[in-house]
Design a protein around this ligand. Sequence first.
Ligand code: FES
Ligand code: FES
Length: 171
Amino acid sequence: MQTIDMTVTVNGQKQTLAVKPNDTLLEVVRDYLDLTGSKEGCGEGVCGSCTVLLDGHPVRACLTLALEADGSAVTTVEGLADGDTLSRLQQSFIDHGAVQCGFCTPGMLMSARALLDDKPSPDRETVRRALSGNICRCTGYAKIVDAVEHAARPEAGCPDCRSKDTGGDHD
Ligand code: FES
Ligand code: FES
């Protein structure tokens, strides 16, 4: 199939790629750029495991054509850490036991990142709404919401650490 050149900045690095017209953004990040953090769960826009940021907005990469990202900036889960240092949001997921099998985690993190970029101090209901398009089959969601709440307000913590009066710290 004929290819078309495109330029996209992914996690701060400018990339020039020859893509097929029907390639998805998920195929570009996973197959062309070997950024395999973003997961393909349903491939139909339902589960959210493929969520990346396109010019700062969360999108389903499985439903986004690669060419829609031409000239834009994309952030994948690999772009959250600073080298070997996890972001506060990522560390909070670990501290709260918000990761079990981990398949949903990259998408959850990207939806949460978009929320905190837009609303740095969301209430719990706002966190729930922002993550409502991301499906997790393992955790029951509460720990994920705790993790996002704690990352947003480390000094206040989440309901779990407030109930234990740990001053916002987890073990
Ligand atoms: S893989 Fe994209 S929404 Fe499920
Ligand atoms: S941790 Fe397994 S799907 Fe969410």
